[in-house]
Design a protein around this ligand. Structure first.
Ligand SMILES: CCCCCCCCCCCCCCCC(=O)SCCNC(=O)CCNC(=O)[C@H](O)C(C)(C)COP(=O)(O)O
Ligand SMILES: Nc1ncnc2c1ncn2[C@@H]1O[C@H](COP(=O)(O)O)[C@@H](OP(=O)(O)O)[C@H]1O
Length: 337
């Protein structure tokens, strides 16, 4: 059941990043008691979209396991690729494929660019093509900063080696150097001191023995979820569809919130803003395809699962925690509000 609880005053719309402002620009309704109405959990639409991630990883992994030509291919867990590369079972199973080199390996740059295009062309955030630092844009940039921090700590640097490298060493991994013995014909392994996969590669070794959380799965899930969670509320409203998100109020009440008057504004300007949304959708679609390719041709089940769990934890903290905790919502806000 969904009943209107109170109607905020029309003249209360101000542009400031405070909790009071978020509440004053919403139609406030009491939500139903379904599990999807819990502020800390995804709505039904979000849950369906989020479930595509584990489904994609399962589909890709099963495809490789069940397809006889693929299961007989020469995948080397040490090199994390098919050896030699020329015999890889698909173009997408080669590390040098153009989408890997110019899209995933620069994935955060693409994510940042797509988000900026959306923020500065869609009327939900302010006048399209103006650079005005509206509250909606500033809050979206706060969420981007949180996600960028998580990406950076997990894959690039965490007061030393990145979290992915630290967990690899903690799970028993090390940098193995292949070398010939005195007789010159037998290969033996030596362990080289290197605290990250990059250092190990530079030293000519291979990063082996531990659980190597998939950086690709982590980045592709975090980045694509960030993009569609930013776009979804404004697209739903622009199409006149129901917005199901709930938030917990300062006094603990759970309320169902939709920004007042925004749907009409967005519908009116949707023609202008359409290409910004289409660009984001294109980037998300390519990210989904590359996630499927990573699931099919690279890593073990546990490494892919770990990448997914770390990314989902970040998505929950940035997009769902603020709905249930007003203090966090004051800083990060919510997409479309
Ligand atoms: C509490 C302290 C917090 C510290 C946080 C500091 C954050 C500062 C970050 C500042 C950077 C802002 C950059 C914004 C603009 C960009 O996006 S430029 C970055 C472009 N680079 C990428 O997009 C690289 C993406 N690729 C990867 O992360 C990895 O290649 C991979 C996909 C994870 C794969 O890893 P491999 O090791 O190559 O397999
Ligand atoms: N979809 C994909 N296409 C091509 N290469 C991929 C890939 N997914 C993962 N890889 C490669 O597999 C290795 C492990 O990836 P990750 O840990 O980031 O998931 C990386 O090798 P390199 O580090 O030699 O480039 C990465 O480039």
């Amino acid at each position: 059941m969904s009943a209107r609880r109170k109607q905020p005053p029309r003249n209360a719309k101000t542009v400031s990043a405070t909790e009071t402002t978020i509440k004053s620009t919403m139609d406030i309704q009491t939500p139903n008691d379904s599990i999807f109405a819990h502020p800390l959990l995804p709505t039904q639409t979000e849950a369906i979209l989020l479930s595509l991630y584990p489904a994609t990883l399962i589909l890709g992994s099963l495809f490789t396991t069940l397809s006889p030509p693929l299961s007989n291919s020469t995948y080397s867990p040490t090199h994390q690729s098919y050896q030699p590369a020329a015999f890889a079972p698909s173009y997408f199973a080669q590390k040098r494929n153009i989408f890997n080199v110019y899209f995933v390996k620069l994935g955060w740059l693409w994510t940042t660019f797509a988000l900026l295009v959306f923020l500065f062309t869609h009327p939900a955030h302010g006048r399209p093509l103006s650079l005005a630092p509206t509250a909606q844009r500033l809050r979206a940039l706060a969420r981007w900063t949180a996600a960028t921090g998580l990406w950076y700590l997990t894959t690039q640097w965490c007061f030393g080696p990145a979290l992915i490298d630290r967990s690899f060493v903690l799970s028993g991994g090390a940098c193995a150097l292949r070398a010939a013995d005195k007789r010159g014909d037998i290969e033996i392994s030596k362990i080289k001191s290197a605290s990250s996969a990059v250092q190990c590669k530079i030293a000519g070794g291979t990063w082996s023995g531990g659980i190597d959380i998939s950086g690709h799965v982590f980045l592709l899930v975090l980045a694509s979820a960030l993009l569609w969670l930013e776009v979804l509320p404004v697209v739903l409203r622009a199409r006149g569809l129901r917005e199901d998100r709930t938030v917990r109020d300062d006094d603990g009440t759970v309320i169902h919130a939709v920004p007042e008057g925004q749907a009409e504004r967005e519908k009116a300007e949707v023609e202008v803003s359409g290409w910004g949304v289409k660009f984001v959708v294109g980037v998300v679609a390519l990210m989904w395809w590359m996630l499927l390719m990573t699931a099919a041709f690279f890593h073990t089940w546990s490494e892919k699962l770990m990448g997914l769990i770390v990314a989902f934890t970040g998505v929950w903290a940035i997009y769902f925690l603020p709905r249930g905790v007003p203090a966090v919502r004051q800083i990060l806000g919510m997409p479309g509000l």
